[in-house]
Design a protein around this ligand. Structure first.
Ligand SMILES: NC(=O)c1ccc[n+]([C@@H]2O[C@H](COP(=O)([O-])OP(=O)(O)OC[C@H]3O[C@@H](n4cnc5c(N)ncnc54)[C@H](OP(=O)(O)O)[C@@H]3O)[C@@H](O)[C@H]2O)c1
Length: 279
């Protein structure tokens, strides 16, 4: 598996699997099957309410824990819970995670970031990250972090390439992990003519061409799927390369438009909501 090196010298696989909106049985199944196919990066979150299922999938796969890069996220309801990290590890059934994010810049997010820093220092998180901290949020955190994060997880795809944010990331060598890499399955993105024609050239599906574009942008990509054939396809993107000209043609699709528009009211709601964790 191809890897990128983070700003703390540790490595992360360039492609993995995401588990957003996967109910526990699907999450367990997708994680187990992906690992058996050679996937080594799994992304989940407190808020997906499937961390126990992800843990079961990992154990059922037979793949050794140390070979897996496991990423999860603290939800805002947990930012002031001093046991949030231990409770997250307990649900996953692991002693450490490879990457621990704060999920949203909501509620007491600086307290949440301090939890990450403490987890990093104690070895419970081998790397740390921020999710959805674009614009003013990363600008404020930049003045307050004691440990520079290794990752930011944000919406990114050929229609929205995070041009502004990447200028800040470059200063600190913070890596970008794309969410909604396939536009959350949006057919208008996947059906863009350029992906069909490049797919024909390389013997790949349009989705594989989009995922290849992400990793050539330097992004780490975590497509979500409960379809075993899609999971296999999504991992099979390391044996071809788009040319500079093809990357430029895809860049022309950038509309600067997101699928997901978060409001301040939603941030308030995020802070007020506590996930019903699996018991
Ligand atoms: N930090 C955040 O706030 C945040 C927000 C959203 C997502 N995320 C993370 O990012 C991950 C990816 O985002 P996402 O899962 O929402 O969206 P996505 O990966 O862009 O799209 C997932 C959709 O694409 C379909 N799909 C997957 N592989 C395909 C293929 N090869 N061909 C055709 N369709 C395919 C899936 O359907 P099938 O199941 O039928 O394959 C599913 O409907 C999440 O799972 C989560 O880990 C993070």
């Amino acid at each position: 598996m191809e890897k990128i090196t983070m700003n703390n010298s540790l490595e992360c696989p360039v492609v993995g699997i995401g588990t957003f909106m996967l109910a526990p049985p699907d999450a367990e199944n997708s994680v187990r099957e992906a690992l058996r196919m050679g996937c080594r990066l799994i992304d989940t979150a407190n808020a997906y309410v499937n961390e126990r299922a992800v843990g079961r999938g990992i154990r059922a796969s037979g793949v050794k824990r140390e070979e897996i890069f496991l990423s999860t996220k603290l939800w805002p309801s947990e930012y002031e819970n001093p046991n949030a990290v231990d409770e997250t590890l307990e649900r996953l059934g692991v002693e450490y995670v490879d990457l621990l994010y704060i999920h949203q810049p909501a509620g007491s997010w600086l307290a949440g970031y301090r939890l990450l820093e403490a987890a990093y220092r104690s070895g419970k998180a081998r790397s740390i990250g921020i999710s959805n901290f674009e614009g003013a949020y990363i600008a404020e955190l930049e003045t307050k972090w004691e440990i520079v994060p290794q990752f930011i997880q944000v919406e990114a795809h050929p229609y929205f390439t995070q041009t502004e944010l990447r200028k800040t990331l470059a200063r600190y060598d913070i890596k970008l992990m794309s969410w909604y890499p396939l536009g959350h399955g949006d057919k208008s993105l996947i059906n863009e003519e350029i992906f069909a024609s490049l797919g024909k050239k390389y013997g790949k599906t349009p989705a594989q061409v989009i995922l290849r574009w992400h990793i050539q942008m330097g992004f780490v990509v975590i497509p979500g799927s409960k379809n075993v054939a899609h999971i296999r396809d999504n991992l099979d993107i390391l044996d071809f390369a788009l040319t500079e000209d093809e990357m430029a043609q895809i860049a022309a699709l950038d509309k600067g438009v997101r699928y997901y528009h978060r409001t301040n009211e939603q941030l308030r709601q995020f802070a007020a909501w506590r996930p019903s964790f699996e018991s």
